[in-house]
Design a protein around this ligand. Structure first.
Ligand code: SAM
Length: 251
């Protein structure tokens, strides 16, 4: 009982520290989502690319973002981050709609892995897309996000046009409007990730967050490091977390 109260006080203090952008370290001692048994289950069950610190950042953003505006994920793969974000949005009672996009085009991966297995085949793509839909329908039921099968550029063209589209689960939905949290995890080149940021920036509301996967100081993606340095230098963006990937809040 006492331990629970102490944990709650500690969490609240850290939360207040985070609110003023003071805390850039390891949050795993206090976050709730990293100790959540459903998140553990999703991590064990769904394949994907997700560093533990990203879950901490998701939690922070979802618990502190404005309640108006959409959640947008760029790059969903098999749906690991997608399902964790969807679950966390449900857990923290976020009323925000959630949209994701992925073209599932694995260009550039023609070279067989270890000279043994190629991910550039139609069979592999079919397997990924089928599994994604199954993961979404099963693990995010009854609150599956809307996923548009498209490159991010096309997704934002549709977003700009307020277009009505059919998502991968066959639901009609209208895109567009403000964004409160964007997770950028699609193409990791400077050019594409920068365009993703510019597109997000057009719709991100003050108080909203943009979080870049694989942007940490020791990541292999120099283009992303260049991009987060540029975002950090903007007067209307504040570096709020490094977990160790970079997360910014628009001011
Ligand atoms: C690193 S994976 C995403 C991992 C996923 N978020 C997870 O939790 O496992 C990158 C994904 O981005 C997708 N992608 C690549 N370029 C993209 C683009 N321009 N727009 C949207 N998605 C893209 C790829 O098809 C791939 O599925």
């Amino acid at each position: 009982m006492l331990r629970r109260i102490a944990r709650r006080i500690r969490r609240e203090l850290l939360r207040r520290g985070l609110k003023v952008g003071m805390y850039y370290g390891d949050l795993s001692t206090w976050t709730d989502l990293t100790r959540d048994e459903y998140v553990d289950h999703l991590r064990f069950t769904i394949g994907g690319f997700l560093s533990p610190g990203n879950v901490e950042a998701f939690e922070y953003c979802l618990r502190n973002m404005p309640t108006t505006g959409a959640i947008v994920e760029i790059g969903s793969f098999l749906g690991l981050s997608t399902n964790i974000i969807a679950y966390a949005a449900h857990k923290y009672r976020c009323p925000n709609a959630f949209f994701t996009c992925d073209p599932w085009v694995f260009a550039g991966s023609e070279k067989p892995k270890a000279g043994y297995f190629s991910t550039a085949t139609r069979e592999y793509r079919d397997w990924v897309t089928r599994l994604y839909k199954m993961n979404l329908a099963l693990f995010s039921s009854p609150f599956p996000p809307f996923t548009v099968e498209a490159f991010s550029d096309r997704f934002f063209e549709l977003w700009n046009a307020n277009a009505e589209v059919t998502d991968v689960l066959g639901r009609r939905v209208r895109l567009g409007g403000t964004i409160s949290f964007a997770y950028v995890d699609g193409n990791h080149t400077y050019e594409v990730a920068r365009q993703d940021f510019l597109n997000v920036d057009d719709y991100l509301i003050p108080g909203g967050f943009v979080f870049f996967d694989d942007s940490s100081d020791d990541a292999i993606y120099e283009g992303l490091q260049q991009l987060v340095a540029e975002v950090a230098s903007k007067s209307n963006y504040k570096l709020i977390l490094k977990t160790p990937n970079y997360c910014f809040q628009k001011t």
